[in-house]
Design a protein around this ligand. Structure first.
Ligand SMILES: Nc1ncnc2c1ncn2[C@@H]1O[C@H](COP(=O)(O)OP(=O)(O)O)[C@@H](O)[C@H]1O
Ligand SMILES: NC(=O)OP(=O)(O)O
Length: 311
């Protein structure tokens, strides 16, 4: 029987806040991933890069401020760097976990480019938060230099960049081939390297694609059975953070649409996850998304916790 395919999208908590934390965080993440592999699932792992890509861009800009011989490093190149260093840490952590359990498993990280539409309205309206949190004063100062900043879901201010919708994952065939060969595949990190296709020539663009959106596209195109979005909450709530907060275990596409109309999900945090889940549900029969904590992934897949969004 063919193995069930799961796309697992890792949020910030699964990666830690800096390079040191990342090493510890991915060790824990690897345990969860190898548990699922041992349960017999075929796994594709995607991950975010918001804090990391902002850090890389800041570091590159600081170097350039010190030495004018360095050229500006474009944002899609920073995304590629983030895929590389997060991917290799995850890959090594999973390999080590397989080794400890004496499992002869294979893991690959595939750098991936994702085509976007150059006329996507997102280029005129930056909304994707990257880097660390800023005070209002720091944000206002940056705005004066032409950098866009926004308040991020009540957690402070952050730099924002365009986040166009992913249209085509260029490495899809490679991902499929590796899955069929039994690999755990880490790919589409940070939403994928955003590119536009000009007569077959792929050129990076100034954007960061949302990892939940690309995970939904990947899950649909790869024919996944389950999209699992691991984040900082065990369940999705309505009236989130209010006295009448209510945790949701199971919602249909129609209920989710109604909650979106009621503005129940914060833009830039929970809303893109719910929208990604809706697109996946509509892409084929029986396609479900689970949103939960990293630690609860196995219980969530077993139907014991988390929020499931389904047709
Ligand atoms: N309705 C909601 N239900 C649950 N969490 C919500 C809701 N609206 C906003 N959130 C926030 O969304 C956060 C998850 O988004 P985010 O931190 O951007 O995810 P990621 O794990 O991908 O980095 C949660 O930690 C929570 O603070
Ligand atoms: N690219 C992306 O969606 O990153 P975060 O999940 O860290 O925001």
């Amino acid at each position: 029987m063919e193995k069930k395919k799961i796309v697992i999208a890792l949020g910030g908590n699964a990666l830690g806040k800096d390079i040191e934390e990342q090493k510890e965080a991915v060790a824990k993440t690897a345990k969860v991933i190898v548990d699922l592999a041992q349960e017999g699932y075929s796994l594709i792992v995607t991950h975010g890069n918001g804090p990391q890509v902002g850090m890389i861009q800041d570091a590159m800009d600081s170097l350039r401020a010190e030495n004018k011989n360095y050229k500006k490093v474009p944002l899609p190149t920073c995304v590629a760097m983030s895929q590389g260093y997060i991917g290799i840490d995850l890959q090594n952590a999973i390999k080590y976990e397989l080794f400890k359990r004496e499992i002869d498993g294979k893991v690959s990280t595939i750098l991936s480019q994702v085509e976007v539409d150059e006329n996507d309205e997102a280029f005129e309206n930056p909304t994707k938060p990257i880097g660390g949190f800023l005070t209002k004063e720091e944000a206002l100062e940056l705005e004066e230099t032409g950098v866009h900043c926004m308040e991020d879901a009540g957690r402070g201010y952050r730099v924002v960049v365009p986040s166009p919708m992913p249209k085509r994952i260029r490495e899809l065939k490679t991902i499929e081939t590796l899955l069929e060969a039994g690999h755990i595949v880490i790919t589409c990190g940070g939403g994928g390297i955003p590119v536009i296709n000009k007569g077959g020539k792929l050129t990076g663009v100034n954007a960061v694609i949302d990892k939940d959106n690309v995970s939904s596209l990947l899950a649909a195109q790869i024919g996944a059975d389950f999209l699992v979005i691991l984040t900082a909450v065990e369940k999705v709530a309505i009236n989130f953070g209010k006295e009448n907060q209510e945790w949701l275990s199971d919602i249909t596409v129609e209920q989710a649409e109604e909650y979106i109309r009621q503005d129940q999900f914060a833009k830039g945090s929970m809303l893109p996850k719910i929208e990604a889940a809706l697109r996946f549900a509509r892409s084929g029969q029986g396609r479900k998304t689970l949103i939960t904590l990293l630690d609860k992934a196995a219980d969530g897949i077993a139907g014991k916790t988390g929020t499931v969004i389904h047709e």
